[in-house]
Design a protein around this ligand. Structure first.
Ligand code: ITT
Length: 194
């Protein structure tokens, strides 16, 4: 089965390919469909943004589409950056800038106020409009400085629960086995290949 990945984030796409490797699925990227229009992520929830992205791609490409909307929630920041994770430091901000802003906003926070979780909502949409969504979560805490070079986004400051290494200090398979994206994709896999 061909599924078009509705993401422009190459590192996310690489994770999705990796986690699904070995299944009877070929992931296509949007590069194969020139002229695909930009979709504004203006939803208030990860689910509504994921559905919006996947619906737009299924409609444009006439192929099944898979979109991921994901981000980091910090309860002591009223769940920010949340759906704004990719643009926490402003429209078009780099991972580096978003991460710096997070550390700045949490400066002085005690250990008990550094809890966080990553959330991922995967939306799978068929060209006829049928859809299904799958959510995955990983809880942990935010460190006080960056550690590690792997991964992307907020990985260098996120310590999954029970570990004393950040996602950016783990190899790909260890992150995939714990991550919000890995957990959501596992549910999709169980749905597609029961
Ligand atoms: P697409 O919308 O094209 O898929 P994007 O990067 O804009 O790409 P999102 O809108 O879903 O994706 O934003 C997700 C942001 O949340 C991402 O830019 C990271 O900052 C953060 N994030 C999500 N998953 C992450 C992960 O596994 N590790 C670290 N940061 C992550």
């Amino acid at each position: 089965m061909d599924i078009v990945l509705a993401t422009t984030n190459k590192k996310k796409a690489a994770e999705m390919n990796r986690i699904f490797a070995g299944n009877a699925i070929r992931f296509l990227t949007l590069d194969a469909f020139p002229g695909y229009p930009d979709v504004e992520e203006d939803g208030k929830t990860f689910r509504s943004n994921a559905l919006k992205k996947a619906r737009a791609v299924a409609c444009f490409t006439v192929h099944p589409a898979l979109a991921d909307d994901s981000g980091l929630e910090v309860p002591s920041l009223h769940n920010a950056p949340g759906v704004y994770s990719a643009r926490y430091a402003g429209e078009g901000a780099t991972d580096e800038k978003n991460l710096k802003k997070l550390l700045r906003d949490m400066r002085g926070f005690k250990a008990g106020d550094r809890a966080a979780r990553f959330v991922c909502c995967m939306a799978f949409v068929l060209p006829d409009g049928h859809h299904k969504t799958f959510s995955g979560y990983v809880t942990g805490r935010i460190g006080t400085k960056k550690r590690g070079d792997n991964g992307f986004g907020y990985d260098p400051v996120f310590y999954p629960e029970g570990r004393n290494r950040t996602f950016a200090e783990m190899d790909a398979s260890e992150k995939d086995s714990l991550s919000h994206r890995g957990r959501a994709l596992k549910k999709l896999s169980q749905y597609l290949f029961p």
